[in-house]
Design a protein around this ligand. Structure first.
Ligand code: ADP
Ligand code: MG
Length: 392
């Protein structure tokens, strides 16, 4: 499907209406930012006045400025990345800041490294013993990836018209080209009742309302909510797609057990089907392109919900153990939430520089260890866990 070059033009940056005030006081509207000790993002650490000044009059293909890209990190000091892209070209246009941020976060240098892909489930090692272990301890499994449609703004710079155009394209792709077990229906977020939304959210199917703590909030991606947002899912809710949340699209494969293999196969089918029918933002040195630099590359997050009540009493240890295995723990209802009843969402932290298979494998191998260490903690063996994790 050939598409013409974008003719979009971003509006000048101003405070976005309808948002709560940032912890910094007022929303950022441009200029070299005043960073405080609380600004800990890679962007805040790496953006020098020299880099800022270099881009003072630079605009990306769709007219996005550096001010627009860094707004999220200036207004939300706690963020880890602190920079979003408003269109596909931002990563290149402002590469003096984007590349170092990507290297800092992912350990991958887009100036010299090439991203690799592998969606072949037969390359995954998930033997019967592991499958049995997962089915015993894992409550549910989810693999998602971000995908963006070429020729549009990314969500942080989207105008209402362009957001609606992205939604219409995606609705058509999912309702027309996803057939068999993947067939389903698109639901506009604005049309769902509060009850429907609650039910979907309680089961981990639907994204949250944008919160002040999320990177999308002050970036512009939460503008005019819920306009143009929605969810597609098949009957069984084993394949879902989010539309215009943080990214144009998140394709999601889920199951209510620990069968990572089946979830990965369905994910690969969804990814391949989607790619056949959409022109997707992709570059060899960046992989799949999304709004936040944390989701470049595979854009893939493979997670399991697993009960770790003893780790829940020692969150610092869980963080440290996960870190040694390149994993990230999240709470029961997503990023920045509590682990209710000790139920954690454990996923791969990296997205780029590794193939899809490698990242899912890291999650499988790491979760196996966490399950074993949780049993050691139940016996009070904290030192044993530290030694096993190489922390002692
Ligand atoms: P992402 O950014 O990957 O979409 P979030 O942290 O925003 O993830 O979480 C999105 C939703 O998906 C949340 O409701 C979360 O509880 C749910 N979720 C994540 N992993 C799983 C899983 N393995 N099983 C069930 N629900 C999950
Ligand atoms: Mg998210």
């Amino acid at each position: 499907m050939a598409e013409s070059k974008p003719t979009l033009q971003a509006a000048p940056l101003k405070a976005f209406p309808g948002l709560e005030d940032p912890v910094t006081g007022a929303q950022y509207t441009g200029g070299f930012p005043t960073f405080t000790a609380k600004h800990k993002s890679a962007m805040a650490r790496l953006l020098t006045k020299e880099i800022y000044d270099k881009y003072a009059n630079t605009k990306s293909e769709c007219g996005v400025t550096l001010d627009m890209c860094i707004k999220t990190g200036v207004d939300s000091p706690h963020l880890g990345i602190g920079i979003t892209a408003g269109d596909e070209s931002c990563y290149e246009t402002f590469k003096d800041i984007f590349y170092p941020v990507i290297t800092d976060w992912h350990g991958f240098n887009p100036a010299t490294d090439t991203h690799k892909r592998d969606l072949d489930a037969s390359n995954l090692v998930f033997d019967e013993e592991t499958a049995a272990l997962f089915n015993k301890h894992v409550v549910s499994t989810r693999i998602r990836a971000a995908r963006s449609l070429r020729g549009h703004f990314l969500t942080s710079s989207a105008t209402d018209d362009d957001r609606a155009a992205v939604e219409a394209k995606l609705k058509n792709i999912f309702e027309t080209n996803f057939t068999g077990e993947m067939a389903g229906k698109y639901y506009s977020l604005g049309d769902l009742t509060d009850e429907q939304k609650k039910e979907l959210r309680d089961n981990g199917f639907l994204f949250q309302m944008p919160k002040k703590t999320n990177c999308l909030y002050f970036s512009g991606a939460a503008n005019n909510w819920p306009h143009g947002r929605g969810i597609f899912h098949n009957n069984d809710k084993t394949f879902l797609a989010w539309v215009n949340e943080e990214d144009h699209c998140r394709i999601i494969s889920m199951s209510t057990d620990g069968d990572v293999m089946s979830v990965f196969k369905r994910f690969a089918l969804a990814s391949n089907t989607f790619e056949k029918h959409a022109e997707i933002m992709f570059a060899n040195n960046l992989g799949f392109i999304g709004t936040c630099a944390s989701n470049l590359g595979t854009g893939l997050r493979a997670s399991v919900m697993v009960k770790l009540p003893n780790f829940n009493k020692n969150l610092e240890l869980l963080e440290e153990c996960c870190k040694t295995m390149d994993l990230q723990p999240r709470g029961s209802a997503g990023e920045h939430t509590e682990a209710i009843g000790g139920k954690f969402d454990i996923s791969n932290k990296q997205r780029i520089g590794f193939t899809e298979v490698q990242l899912v494998q890291k999650m499988i191998d790491g979760v196996k260890k966490l399950i074993a260490w949780e049993a050691m903690l139940a016996d009070g063996n904290v030192d044993g866990v530290k030694a096993a994790a190489g922390l002692a």
